[in-house]
Structure formats: C-alpha cells, structure tokens
Design a protein around this ligand. Sequence first.
Ligand code: GNR
Ligand code: NI
Length: 175
Amino acid sequence: MIAMKRPILIHPDPRLKKVCPPVADISDELRALADDMLETMYDAPGIGLAAPQVGVLDRLIVLDCVKDEAAPAQPMVMFNPEVLAVSDELNVYEEGCLSIPDQYAEVERPREVRIGWLDRDGNPQEQDFDGLWATCVQHEIDHLNGKLFIDYLKPLRRQMITRKMQKLKREKARA
Ligand code: GNR
Ligand code: NI
C-alpha cells in the first residue's frame, strides 16, 4: 500500500463549512484515505488533519501530537469521533490550521475531553485526552462540523484573516 499526499484546501472554501455525515462502514477505500491523510499531515507538517481539508466530506480525522522528534510516532485514525465528556477546566492554546496557513490565534477550549470513535478495523474505542492532544482532537472534530478555529475569534479579526487567505488563494491561482 502506497500512501499519496493530497492537496489541502485553503479557507475560504465551501467544503470547509459543511457538516460531514458519519461513515456507514469502514471500507478499504476509507482506510486508504486515512493513510493518505496521515502522509499529507506528516508532510505538511501538522499534528492533525480532517477529511474535509482534503475535500472528502466524511467523518474521519487523523492526528499525531507527539512533538518530540526522538519519540516514536503515534498516528491515530478516528472514524465518527464524538466528544463524550469535557472538563469544566479550560485551557488556552495558540492554534493554527493547515487550511489557514501562517495564521495563529489563542483559542479557549475544555482542558480534557473523553472521545469515542471507531478505529480503522471498525472497533469502538474510548480515551481521555489532555494537553495538546485535547486541543487538537477538538480542533479536528470542529472541522467535521464545518467549524474553523477562526470562528472563535472576534468578527473583525476573523474577517482580516479571511481577506488574507483570499489574497493568498488569488496569488496561488496566478502562480
Ligand atoms: O498542525 C496543526 N497544529 C495545531 C496547533 C494547535 C492547535 C491545533 C492544531 S491542528 C493543525 C493541523 C490542522 O489544521 N488540523 O485540522
Ligand atoms: Ni485545522
């Protein structure tokens, strides 16, 4: 099996605003998509990626928040991920997004989350996440609901970023 890098959609794009329907069953095609997404994420490089970012409107995310280059990789594939519980305690992280290149902003989210999902064999899994993993998994699930981290910002800041991205896309289209 050879994984292939896929192009990442840049905001604004109507596909990044869609609510993605759950996957009905996990086919070889979906497993191949997950492998392509991991390849695309590591190549970027990023710590997470959601299927709509590569133009596929399925509830599928991948992540690996191991920052330490010397530590073993920890690729995770989650089909139909769900937030089952959140902590009262909040946490602020400086977030970025591969669909909004070079733009960063602080976003406040629950510090800990319990997530349920189906793994690549279709087996149900449940796990608690905190730190960067908690932030990332919430950011990715937001993508499946058509939500971007800039949607948490004040309208003026969001509009400024969106205009920058429109300009970037125009320049990319001319290049
Ligand atoms: O690579 C990414 N880094 C990141 C940093 C802080 C909070 C969230 C993220 S996710 C992002 C990759 C991405 O856009 N996933 O959708
Ligand atoms: Ni993102």
